[in-house]
Write a protein that binds this ligand. Sequence first.
Ligand code: HSE
Length: 435
Amino acid sequence: MNEIRVGLIGFGTVGSGLAQTLHEQKDRLIRRTGAAVTLTRVADINIDKLPEHLNSAVLSRDAADIFNDPDIDIVVELIGGIEPAKTFLLEAIRHKKHVITANKALLSIHGREIFEAAVANGVEVGFEASVGGGIPVIKSLKEGLVANRIMSIMGIMNGTANYILTQMTDHGTPFAEVLKEAQELGFAEADPTYDIEGIDTAHKLAILMTIAYGKHVQLSDINTEGISRIEPIDIEFAKEFGCRIKLLAISQNHGEHVEARVHPTMVPCSHMLANINGAYNAIHFNGDTVGNVLLYGPGAGKMPTGSAVVADVVDIGRNILNQSINRVPALSYLPEHIGTPSITPMSELTCPYYFRISAADQPGVLSAISGIFARHDISIKSVIQKSRHADEPVNIVIHSHEASEAAVELALTEINALEVCAVPAVKIRILTSDD
Ligand code: HSE
């Protein structure tokens, strides 16, 4: 029987999910590919022993043992981070191995170099597990939606942030307490800053935009804000406005330029994305041919992410068996048709806003604040001031009509400079039904 031989670098959560899936689905994969898909070597510096079902695989501490093995067809990198993952992937490519990675940070920063090296060496790069965990979002975009000009991408792409916001919404639990719970549950990144500051979501948006538009979008192109300043009071106000707060990745295609932003957003409760709860992810595309498509599922975890890695192994394995390597270009567009993006400046964005301004409760404060908004042509829809404890600053909540980001930035700089405002104002963009 034919065999597809896989070498794995990094036997952590996802690596062991890959091994377990290949083991449990062995017969099904034979029936689906006509070949045995075998994990023959594993490199990991943190383990001394592989599980029983992998007793025919060789464990080593040196990733070079994998690239140097002439029998290995596909190298899977699951160690994460930039280095040594980048060197390992480039070395594997130089050794003419097909590569698979779940490393969104690496692809969103050095993807261009990796994809170009793969083209130069005639090998494939699989990265289904880099976005949306077990959701087949990369394949959907590259193949299922190939007939479409993608007009927008909007999604919840970080399970940790969504879990935190959901717990805060459902139970009123403060941010720090829920973050601790998420870390205990094991789905937060090694450095939770990436999850809560929107960086992990930005990595994923850069990858999706690259495939959607055929432009090399990088992490540095994405305007990124996280959720660490959201307080239970903001969640309560969102409810009063008929919204839920979600950390959204958003890209609207304006033709000449495309938006690239990640930020907490007030989403009307009637919107599908407002109803994605817990650690789940959902990604919404609008295509000019198909219309609206929503993909929903587990965005992280051992077995869902293992499922996505196996999908790449099978895709590449089938292409090896059928001698059709790069049947589907790695980034969907042919390499010679991939360009450089033009990103819409954030200052050009317009939307309604929620502002929470913490200020001393003194005469004239509200009029000073509303005067600043008026001078910057920002029209106020409603103002709420909640009761306070004596001697504590009050929270003044302002819901604006549609305003320009440029004007909002200028107004907030002036408001934050007021002596009565001890901490910078919180600003949350509000999604409208047209978005
Ligand atoms: N930390 C990520 C999340 C894991 O919470 O979604 C998968 O990328």
